[in-house]
Ligand binder design. Structure first.
Ligand code: SF4
Length: 581
């Protein structure tokens, strides 16, 4: 963890003069704060970053701040950054530059940089933008309110980034995040358990919602040649099983009916837990004192001991930890607990839909497919990143599977799960990708017939292996041509998949009025497909603005969170149209 850094602000020129640093500091100190402070979070990157932003916002809400509608009205601006996409640095510094004057002169204005770029660049950010108040790493987002206070009180920039230092533990390398996790599981609060705290849900979520993300794991143990995630997010750290079940129960009680489980390598969830169990010689060692007694006692014993019954979630927690000891005693390889997690969440009544992203093809295990097929709330949707159809390119990418393995696993999933929608990620122009390699991708993608795909053009990320393959970089024009050809194949299969749904009746979860055309509502099917639909009115005089009744007899307008039946009337590659029935 870094210490407090004193701001070394380069001060703005005002009418050609350079004011003294002390002047600005004094000016900042002289203005008191009376009104409620407002925050604005600008998010770059993936769903995990979106979710981190949500948690940053909730932490500030809990600390008494309120959200601002735009950046100009905010007293605290947070840039939650991503370094996966190209030009992320430039985009960030562009946004920061716009805030330079306020950052230096306004005593109540604070700027935060969080996320992957903060984790990677830390103090270097202050060299280019000394008016940043807080630099916050990816593993301690829960510290946001404290760090803002610290920066304000000291009138200095604060950099706090949790590192993944390695240290020796019984002759093995053992990383600090797992050590912290173990300490928290043993009830040893001496180590600051910042990692799992950062994955916590806010205690009192203030925004009502029907759909929620939940981070089940942070970091990644893989080493894909193009990816910066392992070096900025660190190794995989799973949230304790029972805690997740408690969190999902809490969300269900607050009105959430759809859960999306998030992890960089989501289907290896829990592998670190079983590794840890092996290291300490069994799950029994995780249970302390009365907890240990409770786990081995009957419900009535537990009641007698503690005065209240253990919650179902706590019992599941114990059962899962005990299940871990099975692998320890049989000396089997530590296995993920993802399938168990799907089944356990499936038992929570009020949760009607469960999704997850992103699973890794090499970790798509038979028991996960079986759990998906046998758990009614798990949606018929699988995002399975392929990246390339060429074995040579997959090997260079260090993906850990070949085209045949990917195909076999996908076939198993399609066989087991009826009406499964499959989406993917693809990279064109990975260093060394020949035309022959690309044609293999094109053929495999056509054979599979994806429902949709994110196609990325390769761009080197500083600090990755692929960035060092400069001599094999592909010409930009060749990449553009390959992108267009691949996109055409994807669009074709996406349209075909969507056309096959015309005339079917789908259950959709309403998201609200369409942002593009307010004469439509939008919602999503279980397969994750976007549906624009219109209600049917009893008479032509009824309108969205003044509805009297729907032919279905609904007494209210479709509202975000409703589950409704819609008949699909037409299709395009990226959405469906339908009619409420
Ligand atoms: S699995 Fe590969 S692409 Fe995904 S986060 Fe890990 S290293 Fe990156």
């Amino acid at each position: 963890m870094e210490g407090v850094k004193v701001k070394t602000a380069k001060l703005p020129r005002v009418n050609g003069d350079e004011p003294a640093k002390e002047d600005v500091t004094e000016s900042k100190r002289s203005t008191g704060q009376t009104a409620t402070r407002r925050y604005y979070v600008k998010t770059f990157g993936c769903q995990m970053n979106e979710h981190d932003s949500e948690k940053l916002g909730e932490a500030l809400l809990s600390d008494g701040l309120s959200p601002a509608e735009d950046i100009d009205q905010a007293d605290v601006v947070i840039f939650n950054t991503c370094c996966i996409r190209e030009n992320a640095d430039n985009k960030l510094y562009g946004h920061l530059g716009n805030l330079r004057e306020r950052g230096l002169l306004d005593p109540n204005f604070q700027v935060v940089v969080a996320g992957c770029l903060a984790q990677r660049d830390r103090e270097d950010l202050l060299k280019r933008a000394p008016y940043i108040d807080v630099v916050l790493g990816t593993n301690n987002t829960s510290r946001i309110a404290d760090l803002l206070r610290k920066a304000q009180e000291s009138q200095a920039s604060v950099v706090e980034v949790l590192d993944y230092e390695k240290e020796s533990d019984d002759g093995e390398f053992f990383d600090i995040t797992r050590k912290l996790w173990m300490e928290s599981q043993r009830g040893q609060e001496s180590g600051e358990n910042l990692v799992t705290n950062s994955m916590d849900l806010p205690e009192n979520p203030t925004t009502p919602r029907h759909s929620a993300f939940i981070t089940i794991q942070a970091g990644c143990d893989n080493s894909c040649a193009f990816c910066i995630v392992p070096s900025v997010r660190g190794p995989e750290v799973s949230v304790a099983f029972g805690k997740l079940i408690d969190d999902v129960n809490r969300l269900a009680e607050s009105g959430v009916t759809e859960i999306t489980l998030l992890g960089q390598n989501v289907n290896s969830y829990g592998r670190d837990i079983t590794v840890a169990l092996r290291r300490i010689g069994g799950s029994d060692n995780l249970l302390l004192g009365s907890e240990k007694d409770n786990a081995q006692a009957s419900d009535s014993d537990v009641k007698a001991t503690t005065g209240q019954l253990l919650s179902a979630a706590s019992r599941i927690d114990y059962e899962r930890y005990l299940a871990g000891s099975r692998w320890v005693s049989e000396s089997r390889r530590p296995q993920p607990l993802f399938a168990d997690l799907l089944r356990a969440i499936g038992e929570i009544d009020k949760i009607k839909r469960v999704r997850f992203t992103s699973p890794h093809p090499k970790d798509l295990r038979p028991e996960t497919i079986e759990a998906m097929a046998q758990t009614p709330s798990v949606c018929e949707q699988l995002h399975l990143p392929l990246q390339s159809g060429s074995d040579a390119v997959l090997k260079a990418m260090r993906r850990g599977y070949n085209a045949e393995t990917y195909l076999r696993r996908l076939e198993s999933a399609r066989l087991a799960i009826k009406d499964l929608a499959v989406t993917t990620d693809l990279i064109v122009g990975f260093p060394g990708e020949s035309e022959k390699d690309f044609l293999l991708t094109l053929d495999l993608v056509a054979e599979i017939g994806f429902d949709s795909a994110y196609i990325f053009i390769f761009s080197p990320r500083k600090g990755t292996r692929a960035a060092e393959m400069a001599s094999e970089f592909i010409d930009e024009e060749v990449i553009a041509d390959r992108f267009a050809r691949l996109n055409a194949v994807i669009e074709r299969s996406a349209l075909a998949k969507n056309l096959s749904r015309v005339n079917k009746v789908e259950e959709i979860l309403v998201e609200g009025l369409s942002k593009k055309d307010s004469s439509y509502f939008t919602g999503r099917t279980r397969q994750g497909k976007l549906v624009h639909f219109t209600p049917r009115y009893e008479s032509a005089s009824n309108t969205l603005e003044s509805p009297k009744a729907f032919t279905t007899g609904s007494s209210h307008m479709p509202t975000a969170g409703d589950y409704l039946s819609v008949k699909i009337t037409s299709a395009a590659p990226h959405h469906l149209f339908g009619e409420l029935i």
